[in-house]
Design a protein. Structure first.
Length: 248
């Protein structure tokens, strides 16, 4: 773990539908991420990602080039899959210098053994999503999807996005929220800290575990403001970009 610290983001949902969000992210890279040890992207960074062919599309070309420049300047960029961009793979490493780590990973930040994950797996009461998640993560299904012509996979991705947005509007808050038993099961892996996204709400929550405490940090979506988490000086700190009075 670099002594220069780390920042964690998720749920930017970058697309050509929201150019203002991309511009905010570019400012974040220049004013906040440059010079840190590691930028952690915890899923749903893209509105959707169709696989290797996506790097040939113009939609995210500038974003990918800026991530490459950030890495070339000395900041590591690491990527955890979200439910919208789980098709991301080695093409991000080759084109943008981003290390793709899959569903989750564990790292030590100071004294904190930490699980980094997108978080949709914690919505265990959302049975429809969990079935969809299991099917789309299947190796055979992923391989077939990646083999499709890019125009076909792009059309499928857009239809799935529209269906997902319509489906979310019909689901109850309880169905969409994290299940406590799923969180506790994750803490059972021996971690004392969990950092995740997905719920679109930035918050910090403490759990009483067997003989110890656990802390959950959820990262807010960038739909209204740019919330992120910072690790420096041995501690995690929730932040908002730009900070009040700084470049607003």
């Amino acid at each position: 773990m670099s002594g220069r610290g780390a920042v964690f983001i998720s749920d930017l949902h970058l697309s050509d539908r929201h150019p203002e969000r991309s511009e905010l992210f570019f400012r974040f890279l220049e004013e906040r991420a440059a010079g840190i040890g590691t930028l952690w992207i915890l899923g749903d960074f893209f509105d959707f990602w169709i696989g290797p062919a996506h790097v040939r599309l113009g939609e995210h070309r500038e974003t990918l080039l800026k991530l490459r420049a950030l890495g070339d300047a000395g900041t590591e960029v690491k990527f955890i899959w979200g439910n919208r961009d789980f098709q991301a793979g080695e093409e991000l490493s080759k084109f943008a210098g981003v290390e793709v780590l899959g569903e989750s990973c564990e790292r030590k930040f100071g004294e904190h053994r930490t699980l980094l994950i997108h978080g949709d797996s914690f919505c265990s009461r959302d049975r429809g999503h969990q079935v969809f998640r299991a099917v789309t993560r299947n190796r055979v299904v992923k391989a077939i999807y990646k083999a499709l012509p890019s125009a076909v996979s792009l059309g499928i991705a857009k239809r799935l996005r529209a269906r997902s947005e319509a489906g979310v509007a019909r689901k109850s808050a309880r169905t969409m929220s994290f299940a406590e038993e799923a969180i506790r099961e994750a803490f059972g892996r021996g971690v004392d800290t969990i950092v995740c996204g997905h719920c679109h709400e930035a918050r910090e929550e403490e759990f009483e575990l067997e003989g110890r405490k656990g802390r959950l940090y959820t990262l807010g979506a960038w739909e209204e403001e740019a919330r992120y988490l910072e690790f420096s000086g041995g501690e995690f700190r929730p932040r908002v970009f730009p900070e009040a009075g700084k470049g607003a």
